[in-house]
Write a protein that binds this ligand. Structure first.
Ligand SMILES: N[C@@H](CCC(=O)N[C@@H](CS)C(=O)NCC(=O)O)C(=O)O
Length: 202
């Protein structure tokens, strides 16, 4: 049965479409349009009772939580983006959890207040507070990328994908990267991959 990825590319479902393209696996993108409130329809709540996208149905295995889905799909299908051993698996999980707990909320506030909300509703004070909160994790990332181009191992992996997907939300604040040129170069390289570009189309 073909992997079903629920959601639309302009959402966190993008991350899972991206991993599918990196893995070269077939999938069906089942549209769940947030603008129409479809994530709250009973048919979708039966898939993800949280009412959030993405979710997947992989031959009857139903999962939600985008970064957990990505780690699962990488490990299931293997190849260069997947962990080679339990140590890499641990590090990829660590970086993914780190991105969600330390960066995602702040980065999302930047995205909303610099790019998504109508201009009249944007709040630069929220952006400033988010930038302050992101300074420490960004410095940690910058230090980690000294002398290496990827987060785990010597290749692009699902750890880079998961963390870059989160950090991409902060791109509308270029000032964040003024002191983090390695983070910016790493992020741009991830966001320009052929699989990344393909995932934007669904
Ligand atoms: N932690 C979840 C968050 C999912 C999430 O909040 N998705 C957003 C779209 S990017 C959503 O469904 N928003 C609609 C809503 O909450 O009603 C994940 O990473 O999968």
């Amino acid at each position: 049965m073909t992997l079903k990825i629920y959601g639309v590319p302009r959402s966190r479902a993008f991350r899972t479409l991206w991993v599918a393209h990196e893995l070269g696996i077939p999938y069906e993108n089942v549209s769940v349009d947030m603008r129409k409130g479809e994530q709250h329809h009973p048919a979708y709540l039966a898939v993800n009772p949280n009412g959030h996208i993405p979710a997947i149905d992989d031959g009857g295995l139903v999962m939600w939580e985008s970064l957990a889905i990505n780690l699962y799909l990488a490990k299931k299908h293997g190849g260069p983006i997947a962990p080679r051993d339990v140590s890499e698996d641990g590090m990829m999980t660590m970086w993914s959890f780190w991105a969600v707990t330390e960066a995602e909320g702040h980065a999302l506030k930047i995205l909303y207040n610099r790019a998504i909300l109508p201009e009249a509703e944007r709040d630069e004070a929220t952006v400033a507070a988010s930038l302050t909160a992101l300074r420490k994790p960004t410095a940690i990332l910058e230090a980690h990328l000294a002398g290496r181009n990827h987060l785990v191992g010597d290749r692009f992996t699902v750890a880079d994908l998961n963390v870059a997907a989160v950090y991409s939300y902060a791109k509308p604040a270029p000032e964040l990267f003024a002191d983090a040129p390695r983070v910016l170069a790493w992020l741009d390289a991830a966001l320009e991959r052929p699989a990344t570009l393909a995932a934007r189309e669904g």
